[in-house]
Design a protein around this ligand. Structure first.
Ligand code: BDR
Ligand code: CA
Length: 313
């Protein structure tokens, strides 16, 4: 089978970074057409820089990195330096990237690739707020039926929220964009906190990565040591959740995950519950299913896959 064509829309972020490395380490299964940066964890200039740092670290400076929207569709940008550090990629000093930013705006790049590639061959992988993706769907509605699907990290049902009591960060930052995506008719898979909070980084796994002794493994350990400190303090327990790599792992090994095809709507009105993913997990409404909502993961299998792929870089 030829590799699946993907576009990674992202706001790196250490967990975004590991997701990108996982995809770039898997060329037999995944062809990364482009990386599109969006404002989220940190402002756009930093997410663009970080995406290019990650490509160069992986030895893939030819993957085009496009800069996209610098703020949500209708709201003021909310960022997460308290989790990811001032740079978004705190944990280790890395050289400034030398690869250029690609010419097209990220929204135009998404539209371009989806229109140019065969119908049903491109999957979008949003790992941050959905601003770029929703803007592309609004500007070029024809791409909805051309997409193979959208596999995104965002939302929660049983875990409810991480940035407010009701909402997960990526959806909270741009709920109007999430609403557009959920209503797009595209085949959507959601990797919510319900599953990523079962993908907890452990000391043993970090030791295993460190033992690889490669430049990339050293960087991954430094990033994740920094990144998980916030969540370990917040939630207690063993380790921080490794959110965004779940999206790429789902593409590579869907058998590691399970979920339900359900209706998911986004709360855009209420100040109290802004960005809540109202997920009909129990089928208590007659609203039509619009997403595969993942609920469970084989965490050992997930971390084995990640270690195996990090070792390739
Ligand atoms: C999501 O928010 C970001 O901080 C992470 O990169 C992840 O995409 C988790 O809520
Ligand atoms: Ca992210």
């Amino acid at each position: 089978m030829p590799p699946r064509k993907i576009i990674i829309d992202t706001d790196p972020g250490q967990d975004d970074a590991v997701a990108i490395l996982l995809a770039l380490a898997s060329p037999e299964e995944l062809e990364v057409l482009a990386i599109t940066a969006v404002a989220g964890n940190v402002p756009l200039d930093k997410t663009s820089r970080n995406a290019r740092v990650i490509c160069e670290l992986a030895g893939k400076p030819d993957v085009p990195v496009h800069e996209g929207c610098d703020r949500p569709m209708e709201r003021v940008l909310v960022t997460a330096e308290h989790v990811h550090g001032a740079s978004g990629l705190d944990g280790i000093e890395l050289p400034e990237p030398t690869m250029p930013v690609a010419d097209l705006h990220a929204v135009e790049a998404i539209i371009h690739h989806v229109r140019r590639e065969p119908r049903g061959s491109v999957t979008l992988c949003p790992l941050g707020p959905l601003t770029n993706v929703a803007t592309a769907l609004t500007r070029a509605p024809d791409i909805a039926e051309r997409l193979a699907g959208i596999a995104l990290m965002g939302g929660a049902y049983f875990e409810v929220g991480n940035v407010t009591p009701a909402a997960e960060f990526n959806i909270y930052v741009d709920p109007e964009a999430a609403d557009i995506v959920m209503k797009s008719g595209v085949d959507i898979t959601i990797l919510p906190l319900d599953v990523t909070h079962k993908a907890l980084i452990t000391r043993d796994w970090l030791d295993r990565i460190e033992a690889l002794g490669t430049p990339v493994s050293k960087v991954v350990c430094a990033w994740l040591d920094f990144y998980e400190r916030f969540d370990v303090e917040k939630y207690g327990g063993a380790g921080g959740p490794l959110h965004d790599p779940c999206v790429i792992a789902w593409l590579l090994r869907p058998e590691l995950f399970s979920g339900r095809r359900i209706n998911v709507e986004i709360e855009c009105q209420s100040d109290l519950t802004r960005g809540m993913t109202v997920a009909d997990w129990w089928g208590v409404t007659d609203r039509a299913a619009n997403a595969l909502f993942i609920g469970d993961i084989d965490a050992d299998g997930f971390f084995d896959l990640l270690a195996e792929r990090v070792a390739r870089l």
